[in-house]
Design a protein around this ligand. Sequence first.
Ligand code: GRF
Length: 250
Amino acid sequence: MSGTEYPSDTMTDMTPEPTGPRRVVVLISGSGSNLQALIDAQSHDRLGGEIVAVISNVADAYGLKRAHEAGIEAVALPHREYDNREAYDGALIKVIERHEPDLIVLAGFMRILTPRFVQRFLGRMLNIHPSLLPEYQGLNTHARALADKVTSHGCSVHFVTEELDGGPVVLQAELAVTPEDNAETLKEKVHAREHLIYPIAVQWFLEGRLQYSAEGAKMDGHLLPEHGMRLSHADAAEELDEELDEDTDV
Ligand code: GRF
């Protein structure tokens, strides 16, 4: 070995790779109001990373316009152009991976995902669902909650696994249901809470505080309870400047 050659564990080898902002790809199918909440958080430096692409399976989804207006790459990938679910998800994986994301965020992406797709991004894919999971997995959550005369409803951010709306819950926001509520009012109040908690959960993940494990979501290394962290009705209402009903007990 000459005097200018060094063994492999030199200072040069130990220099960390330069890391840019954490990268997020958002998948949508519709209006994209949750996407907007994430864009707004990013513009206030409260996302912990950068949304590098928004992909929609619906070509005229309003959320693509929101992305475009925010200067984010907006990609339409219509599922109708593919023969089956496997072919579509294969194409979607390719588009997503081109953007080298640290996190995939489902924000109203109305598709059942194939096991291959879920496995590919397991542990780095979040979804938001309009109910207090594990209650009311699936569709029409507000109507079902009203039919059951529940007094407490809300929304949940969870890791995506192969079980539909069944992955480990990270964060929930609660809502006191009043006798005056109907599916429309609930939808509106739940949406406001979604916009509050989704950017928080994304930031936790991108900052490395939140992790997936098969037993449940972990925050700062600690296993979270089955319903994740929970923002009470009172705290959410205060954050949202909603009038607080004195009679509510959630
Ligand atoms: C939200 O209610 C979310 O819980 C569900 O899809 C809806 C998306 O709404 N997964 P938007 O497109 O973000 O307005």
